[in-house]
Design a protein around this ligand. Structure first.
Ligand SMILES: Nc1ncnc2c1ncn2[C@@H]1O[C@H](COP(=O)(O)OP(=O)(O)OP(=O)(O)O)[C@@H](O)[C@H]1O
Ligand SMILES: [Mg+2]
Length: 319
């Protein structure tokens, strides 16, 4: 019988307060080796505080953390050798070039000159930074900076990588580039813990997601499991005028209370199957009610977040 494989990360009863403000309360987490785990939460949820603790940059008040079986408080150096961290506020030095930043990281890790040069060249290549390698980082775009930051966190060949909001503030194209870099890393077998406020990002990348709100984990599961926690999907119908809208609402008793007279829309609870859509359209056709537009809405993580916490995942003003 083979022994249970050690989890990459095991957190038990973790707590942290600043003065009287409890920032993390009783956090339990298990991250299996070789998986991507996402901590999803809005501004102030405690994501950075948790990552800083896991990365040995800050001490918890309570609880236990093990990284591949090593106790974080008893063996911080052993833990440090296994982790790579990419911060929400990138650690790159803007005055230095990309090459110099990577070499500096190699020196801090005591890799030796030859190995540092080898890994620097390989990482510049991998993160598409060869052309920019000898320019000061101050002239890099946001996406290039993040890629360099990720490259720096990989210099020590970590078994587990912590990424704190790796794509916040990036344009959609740079975000997708970084997503593919993260997927590649995962495919090579690294364990990744990633924080994000973007539900789509967690959905795209993570094997499992923990939803963090106000310093507590309010739900945990695969993206599919979490989506099942949200109220079901619906079909959204738009009509040409209020008369048609009202007639449609009378024809579909399940749509009671789901009418928006401003938008001229009606939401009909539904799983969105072709048969249901056809039945609905046939029914309106029989009654001579024209439908202008029809969209099928399946629950996404936004709905889940709202269902769990009672507030939206992101407040635009805080972005
Ligand atoms: N050094 C500190 N002293 C006092 N309070 C702090 C400190 N660091 C964090 N906090 C508080 O802890 C809470 C959680 O902060 P944290 O930075 O961990 O949140 P976050 O989830 O990373 O948010 P964001 O999405 O904005 O990065 C916040 O209310 C913050 O004000
Ligand atoms: Mg943060």
């Amino acid at each position: 019988m083979s022994p249970e494989p050690l989890p990459a990360l095991a957190v038990h009863g973790l707590g942290k307060s600043f003065g009287t403000h409890t920032v993390l309360a009783d956090i339990d987490l298990n991250v299996a080796a070789g998986t991507v785990f996402s901590l999803l939460g809005p501004n102030g949820a405690g994501k950075t505080t948790l990552v800083r603790i896991l990365a040995t940059l800050s001490k918890p008040d309570r609880g236990e953390v093990r990284v591949f079986g090593h106790d974080l408080s008893a063996e911080p150096d052993a833990v440090r050798r296994m982790i790579g961290v990419t911060g929400q506020y990138a650690a790159v030095d803007g005055v230095l070039t990309g090459t110099e930043n990577l070499r500096l990281t190699g020196r801090l890790l005591h890799l030796g000159a030859a190995e540092t040069r080898r890994r620097t060249a390989a990482l510049l290549e991998r993160f598409d930074l060869v052309d920019a390698a000898d320019r000061p980082v101050d002239g890099y775009s946001g996406g290039m900076r993040r890629r360099l930051d990720l490259a720096m966190s990989l210099m020590g060949r970590p078994r587990i990588v912590f990424l704190d909001e790796p794509t916040t503030g990036l344009d959609p194209r740079s975000r997708r580039d970084l997503w593919s870099a993260i997927r590649e890393l995962a495919a090579e077998g690294a364990t990744i813990l990633l924080t994000t406020q973007y539900l789509e990002e967690a959905d795209q990348l993570a094997d499992r997601i923990a939803v963090l709100d106000g310093g507590r984990i309010v739900a945990e599961g695969t993206p599919e499991e979490l989506k099942r926690l949200a109220p079901g999907g619906h079909i959204r119908l738009r009509f040409a005028d209020r008369h048609l809208l009202a007639a449609a609402a009378r024809a579909v008793p399940t749509a009671v209370g789901q009418m928006d007279p401003e938008q001229l829309t009606l939401h009909v609870p539904s799983e969105g199957t072709a048969a249901e859509v056809k039945h609905l359209l046939d029914c309106f056709a029989d009654l001579d009610i024209g439908v202008e537009q029809l969209t099928v809405h399946t629950p996404d993580l936004d709905d889940v977040f709202f269902a769990l916490t009672g507030h939206p995942s992101r407040t635009e003003s805080a972005a």
